[in-house]
Ligand binder design. Sequence first.
Ligand code: ATP
Ligand code: MG
Length: 461
Amino acid sequence: MSRKIILLIIASIIGLIALSYIQARLIKNTYSLRKEAFTDNASNTVSKIGSYGSPIDSIFDAISDTFVKDLDRYNLNKISSEQLLNRLQTISDSLNPRFIKEYEKEIDFKDLGYNLKYHRQLKNLVILDSLKTDTIFKRKKREKGLKLIGYDFESNSDLHLGTSTWETNRTFEEINEGKTEKISYHIVFETSNYINIDDWEKIILNEMRSLLIFSFCIFLFVIGLFYYSIKNLITQKKIADIKTDFVNNITHELKTPLSTLALATKILKKEEHQSPMIVSTIGTIERQNIRLQKLIDQVLNNSLGYKELSLEKQPVQSVDFISEILNDFEVSHKEEVSLGKSISTKNLELSIDKFYTTTAIVNILENAVKYGANKIEVATKNDRDYWKIKIKDNGIGISKKNQKLVFNKFYRAENKDVHNVKGLGLGLYYSHQIIKAHNGSIKVESEKGKGTTFTIALPLK
Ligand code: ATP
Ligand code: MG
């Protein structure tokens, strides 16, 4: 496989990985947002439970009333902190079944579509008075707090609804040795609220199902497209290689009859007392034969790119050069076309590779005949630093779309108008490479059905 294709595959794979990464990030973000919305909704539902005056509210009141009285006794050192907490646990446990019953009633009524369980734990309990701050309970990190009310389940930090703090000033009267004493202290009662939803991840993923399926399909589609393109590219490359092989083989096969022809012309040339017409015809045959041989060598050596063309530049007189090409062309195509010439008579000295430049011009002239012209007009012009040749034909023309492609290697426009026109699609490609190697330019203007004009510009210096 060529380096270009390997680089392309690597670049595409990197692109695919980057795309997948972005996609995964987007899905993760969507998941987080959905989870947030889901827990918000659940926490809203939970916070509405136990509104003022409801049976649940009265359960909370019962717990706090008993608890505060115990706290007074603790404050008077009548019970220890363990006893206080044990009593809190006992009263909570005894009221919990009632709480769960009422809670289930409210939850059923809300018809959420999932099972929402809730519990509240004691996180911190501190009492303060003018003399001291007494921390009775403090939940340690990663340790379970004291469960106050609700269901038993592992508290999952993912579904922690936050903490709520109940702070109040408490004043009570104590009769001590016949005297009534007023005692005040401040209570800080901090609780953590947790919810539990069976398979909550599944519920969120289920909500995201269409997005996940769509993303997966898009991903598969991109992979498929990528695979198809690369496969296509490799096939194209193989076809191009086969074409090149084919051209090389066929040109090789052509060499033998051409050498025989060259030998035959040589023998004919040796013959004395020939009419000038025959001498000139043999000259044409010989020149064309040499050209053909060189052309074949050129294909065989595969020196197709203009950078690899090694030019042998020589001084050439412009008028003589073009006249010779046009005369040879006329001789070989007398019956098919009429050739109009308007050659500027001023001979300019060009520095060009005569063989290659002839090939470039002849390719264009031959195309005109191949593609339907019966009239060709060739004009040359000395334009400042350039010598310009304009070749205009009245053939089938080339559509705008195809004009951009005609200089491509192996390109042949589909010609429904001309049947059985054979070619390799190399002629204009060569011409273009040759003119580029001379630092010149070649352009095409055409109108479908009317004809085509090629203009070659070769620099004078
Ligand atoms: P080859 O020259 O290698 O034998 P070819 O003539 O098909 O084959 P090119 O000379 O490169 O290849 O031309 C490419 C295509 O451009 C042709 O197939 C033809 O469709 C179109 N074309 C070229 N010259 C003309 C023209 N003068 N008029 C109309 N179409 C043209
Ligand atoms: Mg051609």
